[in-house]
Design a binder for this molecule. Structure first.
Ligand SMILES: [Fe+2]
Length: 203
């Protein structure tokens, strides 16, 4: 093989163009760095000591019940991460967060199983004012796992008219986090799927 040809083929083997036109390194046929879940602001209402539970629907809670579920992957976006910690928090239908009660309403943490799966039963959040504008309905996430970079993010819901003018939800990087509410089964249950890929921890 001529040197020029060899160099060209070596370059092709080492790099590939992702669907977004970004050059990403390829290691043993695994694509890195073009599918990691994007971050969002933490916001002022995070509480670190929420209980471990997968059901946030308490007696008398007002709202539309949803199942929020997905898988957590490593930075190749295909290897499931077991025992990743998924924390969620969101407001109630009135737009209020539970910032001080021992009940930790609409706050929970859960660990992924051996398939990287997590699942919560909760309600669709309401909305609250940020200055003169309502933020779109959203659920906050914090996801941590051994060897992975901590992810702070938020999900939004398709069709929400407040997304367009929201400083964070309207950003290009939030596109994949604006999710449909789907009827997955035959019983009319509402499901939101959110798969998460974590970046590798920086040394
Ligand atoms: Fe929020």
């Amino acid at each position: 093989m001529k040197r020029k040809e060899f160099l060209f083929k070596s370059t092709l083997a080492a790099f590939a163009i992702s669907t977004f036109g970004k050059v990403v390194k390829q290691e043993q046929d695994v694509f890195m760095g073009d599918c990691e879940t994007t971050n969002d602001i933490l916001g002022p209402f995070y509480r670190s000591d929420a209980p471990v539970r997968d059901d946030l629907v308490t007696k008398g809670l007002v709202g539309t019940i949803i199942t929020l579920k997905g898988k957590v992957f490593g930075n190749d976006c295909s290897t499931p991460l077991e025992n990743a910690l998924v924390e969620i928090w969101h407001c109630n239908t009135e737009g209020d967060y539970d910032n001080d009660s021992s009940k930790f309403h609409q706050r929970a943490k859960w660990y992924t199983n051996e398939l990287g799966e997590y699942q919560f039963r909760t309600i669709l959040p309401g909305k609250y004012l940020n200055g003169s504008r309502y933020r779109p309905a959203h659920i906050h996430f914090r996801v941590t796992a051994n060897g992975s970079k901590e992810l702070i993010s938020q999900i939004y819901f398709q069709g929400d008219p407040h997304i367009e003018k929201d400083h964070w939800a309207s950003q290009k990087k939030a596109e994949k986090r604006i999710l449909p509410i789907v009827l997955e089964d035959t019983k009319g249950n509402l499901v939101v799927n959110f798969d998460i890929s974590l970046a590798q921890k920086e040394n």
